[in-house]
Design a protein around this ligand. Structure first.
Ligand SMILES: CCCCCCCCCCCCC/C=C/C(=O)SCCNC(=O)CCNC(=O)[C@H](O)C(C)(C)COP(=O)(O)OP(=O)(O)OC[C@H]1O[C@@H](n2cnc3c(N)ncnc32)[C@H](O)[C@@H]1OP(=O)(O)O
Length: 725
């Protein structure tokens, strides 16, 4: 775990704990033992610590926070090991490459010098997994780089690159990539230098005179950007102790606050989410294939069909990963508009300093445009991103099948349509797959990859690996109406509208949703994306119904015996399409304005509606709103598992956290359900099913019923899920 060797008078400690040199108990013990050995070795004058593999040390081992810690051979805790390092009379140099994160940076700050390669990154990301830098980070970082930057880094958890770390004084020098050689050379040069000013715990905090202002600004930023999360608040509180108390006393406070956080349900949920996100790319189709049995194809070039918001966003996601893209449209004007959108977004990134002008120019140089599928004969992968219309998609896939080489993978960015039917338009259904991106596609991290009945494991492996390459979290799901995310969402939006029919107002429903931690309410999001989109899809369905001989009544509150709310259609008929028309479920100052206002016209419309349908309006409690919005959604998640559409609860949680704004600190809907208690969810589902028998989303899932009896942790649901497939 930690190797010790001596080269002349330099002791070299190599941390070797793949994949990221996380600090397990054995690593902590190993560092302590090796430092002791070097301190006692009379031939050693200076010590270098570095990491084997890709990283220096990426932090404490996160597995250890949920109670599976190994027993320690030495009594010292990590903060004590770091204090022991700092007290050494032989200089210690941290030679950093890859990352020094969390406890890794804390160890580096216990050293007397820190050097790093140019590409190295440092940070205190503990807040992102619900804890705080509990090994002195909250006390040493403000002494090293100043209170303001320390508050920023510790409360946001962001990583910074070596050049910025150098400017902030976190590292002493940027060196070449031969980090160990550089570390040894640097160590030899500092052997005789006095260590007094190099022990960070003995230094005063920088910027302490502006403390009050800096701390209240940090708290204000947390309230705005990390609403509902407890860790940022406690992190700030811990850093603030650095200006109130002497180092040792502040360290006691740090330990106290660390204990509060590490035992919190938010920390457990965030750590579950951390590992779930890393599990997602490791797909598995039970009994068929998995990520470690199939090799992906190498995608060297790609094409995107459709230059609208979705198509251009997908093209940018590919370009950002240095994949050359051909963007195809049917008419020149649309194509030019799409290219302009991409150019403008890159220009914006240059203005914000996120890209240099040269980088933007390079990315754009990989973009080709075309009005013909004939130009796609050599691309490895095509992603179709036209609007949701089955006939159109089938026509495009038939053309792509003729134009593209036989090995090319053909993807559809559909959010709901049947992948098998799309694939049936080709002679290569094994190479057809759904790749459901989320808006804006160049930014949102979720990629829902939808396998059809005939999609080959190689095709699944290819889009999963492509997803990782373009910086997404790819999740494999099965083919059904609306897949996983939108299928579960459907229950939530339906129930939100039923609540309006019965007495609630849009802002009342939205505020319960936002209080839970979802950044935007159901009706606010409907206004944002435009009510007309759903209306167009519903009108197509009504037409289909009519073709099959069933007349659609615009006032109908039931379709095929299922409760249905025509309220959305009513609003659209009045031209209330949402923000773009200045009115939807809310009123806006003008078309395109962002701030929603409660609209008296909507209140009257709802009251008239209820009267017309003989519904007695009543005051609906926040608890009922909460249960009716979220419990059917959770229940649908269990049905999704039951049907084999998702194969792991973790995948559903990743989808909801990264695609729909579900608060990460609750772990996602499946994890959250386990926290509430599956028996409670099941009983509540049964209660509401009795009240609302015409809404099948209240029918409790059989898997939920069975798991509710067993009270298993989520990590053990797997066997129950697998036994049903
Ligand atoms: C009175 C009470 C007294 C109490 C006394 C107190 C004593 C105790 C105090 C202890 C205080 C400790 C304080 C320190 C806390 C921490 O350090 S928490 C951890 C902080 N670090 C992080 O959060 C880093 C997390 N990792 C990453 O950001 C990324 O993994 C990466 C390092 C940037 C690499 O990214 P990438 O190359 O994309 O690879 P990944 O896929 O993300 O990861 C690869 C595999 O590594 C696993 N992994 C990564 N980090 C960790 C980790 N810290 N612990 C465990 N495992 C980790 C990751 O899961 C991947 O695994 P596989 O999926 O199995 O491949």
């Amino acid at each position: 775990m930690v190797d010790y060797r001596r080269e002349g008078n330099v002791a070299i400690l190599t941390v070797n704990n793949p994949p990221v040199n996380a600090i397990s108990t054995r690593v902590k013990d190993g560092i302590y033992e090796c430092i002791s050995r070097a301190k006692n070795d009379t031939k050693v004058s200076v010590i270098v610590i570095h990491g084997h593999g890709k990283h220096f040390i990426a932090g404490a081992d996160i597995h250890g926070f949920s109670g599976q810690r190994e027993s320690s051979k030495v009594v010292a805790t990590l903060p004590e090991v770091i204090a022991f390092m700092e007290a050494s009379n032989k200089p210690i140099v941290a030679a950093i490459h890859g990352t020094a994160l969390g406890g890794g940076l804390e160890i580096a700050m216990g050293c007397h010098y820190r050097i790093a390669t140019k590409s190295a990154r440092v940070g205190q990301p503990e807040v992102l997994i619900g804890i705080l830098p509990g090994a002195g980070g909250t006390q040493r970082l403000p002494r090293l780089c100043g209170l303001g930057p320390a508050l920023d880094l510790i409360s946001t958890g962001r990583h910074i690159k070596a050049p910025q770390a150098l400017k902030l004084g976190i590292i002493d020098k940027i060196v070449s990539d031969d980090i160990l050689k550089e570390g040894i050379a640097f160590a030899k040069a500092v052997i005789d230098k006095p260590l007094n000013g190099r022990r960070i715990s003995t230094l005063p905090v920088k910027d302490a005179e502006n403390a009050e202002q800096l701390i209240s600004a940090a708290n204000a930023s947390v309230r705005k950007r990390q609403r509902g999360m407890m860790a940022p608040i406690w992190n700030i509180k811990a850093v603030a102790e650095s200006i109130k108390l002497p180092f040792d006393e502040a360290m006691e406070k740090e330990a106290e606050y660390f204990t509060v956080l590490v035992t919190s349900s938010q920390a457990r949920a965030l750590q579950y989410a951390f590992f779930s996100e890393r599990l997602a790319p490791k797909w598995e189709v039970p009994g068929v294939a998995s990520y470690n049995t199939v090799k992906p194809m190498n995608i060297k070039t790609a094409a995107v069909i459709g230059a609208g918001t979705m198509g251009t966003g997908i093209a940018m996601a590919l370009l950002n990963a240095r994949i050359p893209v051909t963007l195809v449209e049917q008419n020149k004007q649309f194509l030019e508009k799409g290219v302009k959108m991409i150019q403008d977004l890159y220009a914006g990134s240059v203005r914000l300093g996120k890209l240099t002008a040269d980088q933007a120019k390079y990315l754009l140089s990989n973009l080709k445009t075309s009005l013909s599928y004939d130009d796609l004969s050599t691309v490895d992968c095509v992603i179709e991103a036209v609007y949701e219309n089955m006939a159109l998609k089938k026509e495009i896939f038939a053309k792509l099948d003729n134009a593209c080489k036989p090995s090319a993978v053909l993807c559809s960015n559909t959010s709901s349509l049947d992948i098998d039917e799309i694939a049936s338009a080709t002679k290569r259904p094994d190479k057809v797959i759904g790749t459901h991106f989320f808006v804006p596609a160049y930014y949102m991290r979720l990629l829902e990859n939808v396998r059809g009945k005939l999609t080959s494991p190689e095709t699944i492996a290819t889009v999963q690996s492509l997803g990782v390459r373009i910086g997404k979290i790819p999740v494999v799901v099965g083919n059904c109406d609306s897949f996983v995310g939108n299928r579960m969402l459907g229950t939530y939006t339906s129930e939100a509208q039923f609540l309006l029919e019965e007495g609630a107002l849009p802002h009342e429903v939205d505020s319960v949703i936002k209080d839970f931690g979802i950044p935007i309410g159901a009706f606010e999001v409907s206004d944002l994306s435009g009510l007309d989109i759903g209306w167009r899809i519903r009108k197509e369905r009504y037409e289909k119904l009519e073709k099959s001989g069933k007349k659609h009544d615009p006032n109908a509150r039931f379709i095929n015996g299922e409760r249905f709310s025509p309220l959305g259609d009513t609003l659209c008929e009045k031209g209330r399409f949402g923000r773009k028309t200045g009115m939807g479920w809310y009123r806006y100052e003008k078309p395109g304005a962002k701030e929603p206002f409660i609209d008296a016209e909507i209140t009257t419309l709802l009251e008239d509606y209820s009267k017309k349908h003989n519904i007695t309006r009543r005051k609906i409690s926040p608890q009922e709103i909460f249960e009716r919005c979220f419990y059917p959604l959770i229940n649908e998640g269990f049905k999704v598992l039951e049907d084999g559409i998702a194969t792991r609860p973790e995948d559903i949680d990743v989808i909801w956290i990264n695609g729909y704004g579900w608060p990460k600190y609750t772990g996602g809907p499946m994890y959250y359900a386990n926290q509430i208690g599956l028996d409670k969810i099941y009983d509540t589902m049964c209660y509401y099913y009795e009240q609302h028998p015409t809404s099948s989303h209240w029918r409790p899932s059989a898997l939920l019923r069975d798991l509710a009896k067993q009270q298993l942790p989520i990590s053990q649901w797997g066997k129950q899920v697998a036994s049903r497939l």
